[in-house]
Structures are given as structure tokens and as C-alpha cells.
Design a protein around this ligand. Structure first.
Ligand SMILES: *Cc1c(COP(=O)(O)O)cnc(C)c1O
Length: 346
């Protein structure tokens, strides 16, 4: 779907942080199967793993060429996203020394002020084109700071600056859009788009309904059910006090699994179609839920409780936790068995 939205642009797959917490070992080959040939990860460890998972793919390292990393990167055939002039100099020197062209991407900073060549370094590079000798530049890229707010003036400013800076360099393929950027229109697509969050079912257009199909479902089974009398409290700190007799279910999920403690008294789950609120504090390994609204025989030990489902709940749960779905996904703990499904009705 993202590939269609991006018009003719190539659709890369962002698989940093273990494919946003979902498990790069299964995600990368699945993306390859779907036609993805360009992968981006944060660091060399991720890149080395990708070289074995998807050996034919182009693997980019966002953190760039760290001091002394030349040999490792060249040996593994990964593509550094060069983030400053020094990295460009070192990579091109390594290419000349080894007598072969080396692949690279160039990251220019158009306002994020985080990684990439600032405008004055792009000007310096434009004045010294010999710095690119020996390099096979796959893309000149930049990254949008506010793409999830379609009307934010920064989007247009970054686009204009990107075009202005790009024009100083030799003609090269370009890449600007993350998930949300794909939905800002054709001007933002260039030659390659780089979606991450949307690939994993997050809403790239927070001001509108989620156009993406659900990807992640999170569920847990009830391990105990109890009646709590009016006036009794539940959980650490006694922060929840039952106003009336309340049925409480406990599930074996906690902040150690990435079910954030800020969801205490804020989160909710569901059994069937019935929404059940999180009550009391989220503990390390346990969450307590008010199941009073669920018929007794529909919420017993062993009953499945859904924590993330459909195309809205990831973003909604994140909002209630005071964060974004990206953080919930990357926090999904190692204790959750991950079950992968593929195919049309996955
Ligand atoms: C993480 C990242 C992306 C993907 O962003 P999403 O919002 O997850 O689509 C794209 N480009 C760069 C440089 C990134 O670091």
C-alpha cells in the first residue's frame, strides 16, 4: 500500500531497533518477499544481521561511518549513511586505497539538527566535488521533523531547503519521506521513500483514520480473578479504591514487558467487544483490570485479554501512556512469545 502511495518511488524498509521491536529476523525476509530491496538500520550490528537475513539487499547504516569503521563496513558490504564531511572524506579515501568504488548515501540536515551535513557543509562539498571520487552515491537524503502534522510549515521549509541543497551537488537520486512524508504528496516522494512506523501498522496520518491494516496484536491470558469489596484498594500505593464491589482480573504483563507504568489507571484492554480499564498501578510483571462489565463466565483464568488490536489501539494506547506508538512497539518485551502470520488474511 505504501509503495502504491509513493507513486514510482522505491519503497525502502526501516528495520532499526529490531524492526521496531517486532523481530527483524522475521520482518526483514517478509519485506524482501514483498519486494523490498533497500533496508535501513541504525548500526553495524543490525547491518551485519541483515546481510545474513537478506543477503541480496542493500543495507544502509543510519548512524554513519564511525571512527575506524571503514574496514568493517567495506568487508560486510554495507552502505554507510554519511553524516558529515569527515565521514565523506574517510570513506572516499578508503575507496581510493582499496581500489574499488564504495557505496554510500549522503544525509543532509534540513532542519532536524540531529544528523547529517548542515547546509554549510553541503556548500563545502559542492566546492570540492573530488571528495565524492570513488564513491557510488545511492541517494542524497534528508529527514522530516514534522511530517505527521500535514499542515506544519516546517514540511515545506525542509522540502525547499532539500531541493536547494541538492541542486548544489551532482545529480543524484534523492530520498526524503518517512511514513508520514509519503502522505504529504508527490513533491515529497523523490526516488525512494523510507517508511517504518506505517509498515508496522502505526497511523502515519494522526489527524485522520489510520489507512494501514493492523499488523500487531498483543494479548495475554488472565492468571487470576478476584472480587474486591467497596472501599478496598488494588495494587501498589493503594491508588485505586473500589467504589463498589469490583471484579478484578490479573494478567502477567507489566512494565518489564513494555506495558508502560504510565498506563496505570489509564490503559484499557478488551475481552470480546467489552472494554476493560486498567486499574491500580502497572507493576513490573502484572496488570490489574476491572472486568465487572464482562459476564462472569466470559472472564475466567485462561481467558485471552487483548491489549493491542485493530488499527487504532496502538496509537490510542500510546496516547494514554503519554507517548507515541513507536515507543510502545520498540518497548515490546523479550518475554512476549512472538507469533508471526503471513498471507492475505494475516
Ligand atoms: C526512523 C527513520 C525513518 C522512518 O520513520 P517512520 O516515521 O517510522 O516512518 C525514516 N528515515 C530516517 C532517517 C529514520 O531515522
Amino acid at each position: 500500500m505504501l509503495r502504491d502511495r509513493a507513486g514510482g518511488a522505491t519503497c525502502a524498509g526501516m528495520v532499526k531497533a529490531n524492526a521496531y521491536g517486532l523481530g527483524v529476523r522475521r520482518v526483514a525476509p517478509a519485506l524482501w518477499q514483498a519486494g523490498c530491496r533497500n533496508f535501513f538500520t541504525a548500526n553495524m550490528d543490525g547491518a551485519v544481521m541483515l546481510r545474513t537475513l537478506v543477503p541480496q539487499a542493500r543495507v544502509h547504516v543510519l548512524n554513519g561511518l564511525l571512527e575506524g569503521g571503514e574496514e568493517d563496513m567495506a568487508t560486510h558490504g554495507v552502505i554507510p549513511v554519511l553524516n558529515d564531511l569527515g565521514q565523506i572524506e574517510r570513506w572516499s579515501a578508503w575507496a581510493r586505497r582499496s581500489g574499488r568504488e564504495l557505496p554510500a548515501a549522503i544525509h543532509i540536515d534540513t532542519g532536524m539538527n540531529r544528523l547529517g551535513l548542515p547546509p554549510y557543509e553541503v556548500e563545502a562539498l559542492a566546492a570540492r566535488p573530488e571528495l565524492l571520487q570513488g564513491l557510488d552515491i545511492a541517494h542524497v537524503m534528508s529527514h522530516l521533523a514534522c511530517a505527521d502534522e500535514a499542515d506544519h510549515p516546517m514540511n515545506r521549509r525542509q522540502l525547499d531547503l532539500f531541493n536547494r541543497l541538492r541542486a548544489m551537488l551532482p545529480a543524484l537520486p534523492a530520498s526524503l519521506a518517512n511514513s508520514s512524508g509519503i502522505f504529504l504528496g508527490r513533491d515529497y516522494h523523490f526516488d525512494m521513500v523510507r517508511p517504518g512506523y506505517a509498515v508496522y501498522g502505526g497511523n502515519p496520518t494522526p489527524e485522520a483514520a489510520n489507512p494501514m491494516a493492523p499488523v500487531v496484536t498483543l494479548r495475554a491470558r488472565i492468571i487470576q480473578v478476584r472480587e474486591v469489596g467497596a472501599g478496598e484498594s488494588v495494587g501498589y500505593g493503594g491508588h485505586f479504591t473500589a467504589q463498589r464491589p469490583t471484579r478484578v482480573a490479573t494478567i502477567p504483563v507489566g512494565y518489564a514487558d513494555g506495558y508502560l507504568r504510565s498506563l496505570s489507571g489509564q490503559g484499557s484492554a478488551r475481552i470480546g467487544e467489552i472494554e476493560i480499564p486498567v486499574i491500580g498501578r502497572v507493576s513490573m510483571d502484572l496488570v490489574t483490570l476491572d472486568i465487572s462489565a464482562v459476564p462472569d463466565d466470559k472472564a475466567v483464568v485462561g481467558t485471552w485479554v487483548e491489549l493491542i488490536w485493530g488499527s487504532k489501539m496502538l496509537d490510542e494506547l500510546a496516547r494514554r501512556a503519554g507517548t507515541i506508538g513507536y515507543e510502545l512497539l520498540t518497548a515490546l518485551g523479550g518475554r512476549y512469545p512472538r507469533v508471526y502470520r503471513s498471507g492475505e488474511n494475516a
